[in-house]
Design a protein around this ligand. Structure first.
Ligand SMILES: [Zn+2]
Length: 207
């Protein structure tokens, strides 16, 4: 039904998470019929994306690129009012955003990017543990709050972090805590309301 060009665009849009073929077609038709401005602006911003936004080299959050040849550092890592001795480890940037929205985290973050998942074949060697250890040493981190989701993979990752950090930094005064389960089991941090998230953080326990 669609022309080759329209089909190509629909396929590209359908690669985005949560966007199926039908939604992709709806987006395409909207962009075609809503005037040229939205399509042009979106296209320009997307084309410049690699030069404007990158993962923060320190934590993995989204960071604005200030100079193309320099590493990008996010606003949270640059915020001098944050407690550098407190580091919250999350699986994805979505989780960082959810915790920030709750507003009770005064430290900084470290985004793992993925969770340990034996079922999906993701082993410990695929997690950025060496970078995490380096970050802990560099910033003299005293407490790690493990805020991985309360799922099987999230729990497995929390236990792995406890074990590996204990092995690497056993003689330091590092405390590893886990957010309390105000967040429903199997749930996503992204969907926790700010009050639940605040309680989960304040009720964290030693791992
Ligand atoms: Zn950062």
């Amino acid at each position: 039904m669609l022309s080759p060009k329209a089909r190509r665009l629909t396929q590209l849009l359908a690669r985005l998470p949560g966007v199926g073929e039908k939604t992709a077609q709806r987006y395409l038709l909207y962009l075609l019929t809503s005037g040229t401005e939205v399509a042009r602006e979106l296209g320009e911003e997307l084309a410049r994306l690699p030069e404007t936004l990158r993962p923060c080299v320190r934590c993995g959050n989204i960071a604005e690129v200030e100079h193309p040849n320099e590493d990008a550092v996010c606003a949270i890592c640059r915020d001098g009012k944050r407690d550098g001795h407190l580091l919250c480890v999350v699986a994805r940037v979505h989780d960082l955003v959810a915790i920030e929205r709750a507003g009770s985290m005064r430290g900084r973050y470290f985004v793992l990017g993925k969770l340990l998942s034996p079922l999906e074949g993701i082993g410990p060697e695929e997690l950025p543990l060496a970078q995490l250890v380096a970050r802990i040493r560099e910033d003299d981190v005293r407490e790690i709050i493990v805020a991985t989701p309360p799922s099987v993979d999230g729990e497995a990752t929390a236990l792995l972090l406890k074990r590996e950090l204990g092995r690497e930094l056993g003689d330091s005064a590092l405390t590893v805590t886990r957010i309390a389960s105000g967040v429903p089991h199997g749930g996503d941090l992204e969907f926790a309301d700010p009050i639940t998230m605040g309680r989960a953080l304040s009720g964290r326990q030693k791992l």
